[in-house]
Ligand binder design. Structure first.
Ligand SMILES: NC(=O)c1ccc[n+]([C@@H]2O[C@H](COP(=O)([O-])OP(=O)(O)OC[C@H]3O[C@@H](n4cnc5c(N)ncnc54)[C@H](OP(=O)(O)O)[C@@H]3O)[C@@H](O)[C@H]2O)c1
Length: 324
């Protein structure tokens, strides 16, 4: 066999390998985002109650409403008593499900978990959504730029990192005993790779991703599913209620589509639009460019995350405030 023949065979195998890989990726995406619309897991099979952290607005509130609509009673965990009461009432009236509320501030660290444990005692928790999260500053900024960096660092780590394993620890033993349970952890697309100017936030989200993926591998044989959701932009208070369009999802659409992916994927962008953005980012934003001083300078000039159309942002905010 000549060298040319050998190269042709290697080239042929490589081509077939990549074509099969592409076909497999397309099938997985089709199943996750298209078939899942009609082929949904009955979430009630996990248990009667769902716990959602950060449930009074944005993605958390949308998950709570969607879970209630799909037949679960919901425990809302957040920091504002008034908002908790309003959202609980809204869910009871609209979906006819039972609710409970737990008022805690996740920035306070380890001392809140005995309080939450007491409130959850005796309830059949089927689903936990670890959604609560905050950002370091409203605009892109270097780590040491905010004046209160020490306090902010503790708060962010307590809220975005500590809450995830601590809440998991509270519900997992009973799930294992029952042989079923679902834990959904909200990470972020900026947690997939390091993101300068969101350094701490991005680092907290890769923690969520790795923790979720490892936990899924450890407990799937015991009937527990752990799903990591890594969205791009969703229009919420965190993103200054930016305009909803083909790239930016409304919280309710996002939660509905992301919940459809349960049972189809243990790591997801949550919806087709965000999955496509994720794939495009990998190609169009290589690490050398993301980390470049040029891009950092450009990002620093953006005044506020998600602030690009004042009128629409305000309209959206008014709508959200009305919802709340
Ligand atoms: N929005 C996006 O584009 C996006 C993209 C990727 C990932 N995420 C992630 O998605 C999750 C939800 O984000 P979101 O955009 O929905 O945020 P959001 O609109 O700011 O809502 C956050 C929720 O968490 C509650 N909360 C915040 N800090 C808290 C604390 N210290 N203790 C207790 N509750 C607290 C808030 O309560 P209040 O109502 O009292 O403020 C609110 O209910 C976060 O983990 C975020 O990192 C968001």
């Amino acid at each position: 066999m000549s060298l040319t023949d050998m190269l042709a065979i290697v080239g042929g195998f490589t081509l077939v390998f990549y074509l099969l890989k592409l076909a497999w990726g397309c099938w997985c995406g089709f199943r996750e985002f298209v078939l899942s619309e009609h082929w949904k897991v009955d979430l009630r099979t996990y248990g009667r109650w769902a716990v959602v952290t950060g449930a009074t607005s944005g993605i958390g509130k949308a998950y709570a409403c969607e879970l209630a609509q799909r037949g679960l009673d919901v425990i809302l965990v957040s920091r504002s008593e008034d908002k908790l009461r309003t959202v609980a009432k809204e869910i009871e009236n609209e979906y006819g499900r039972k609710t409970r509320t737990i008022q805690v501030d996740f920035t306070e660290g380890h001392r809140i978990y005995p309080v939450i444990a007491k409130e959850l005692e005796g309830l059949e928790i089927g689903i936990l959504v670890n959604n609560v999260g905050m950002i370091y500053t409203e605009n892109f900024a270097c780590f040491m730029e905010p004046p209160d960096a020490e306090e902010k660092t503790n708060q962010l780590i307590n809220c975005n990192v500590l809450s995830v394993p601590q809440m998991t620890r509270l519900v997992l033993p009973e799930m294992i005993k029952r042989g079923t349970g679902l834990i959904i952890n909200i990470s972020s697309a900026v947690g997939v790779r390091p993101q300068p100017l969101l350094a701490l936030y991005s680092a907290t989200k890769i923690f969520v991703t790795y923790f979720s993926q490892s936990l899924h591998a450890e407990y799937k044989s015991k009937g527990i599913s752990v799903q990591c959701v890594a969205p791009f932009f969703v229009s919420t208070n965190m993103t200054n209620n930016m305009e909803v369009n083909c790239l930016v999802k409304s919280a309710s659409d996002f939660a509905r589509e992301a919940l459809n992916t349960v049972g189809h994927s243990s790591y997801t962008s949550g919806c087709l639009s965000h999955a496509l953005q994720s794939a495009a980012f990998l190609v169009l934003m290589p690490d050398w460019f993301r980390m470049s001083t040029f891009l950092i300078r450009k990002l620093k000039k953006i005044p506020k995350l998600g602030k690009h159309d004042g009128r629409l942002c305000k309209d959206n905010k008014r709508l959200n405030d009305k919802e709340e």
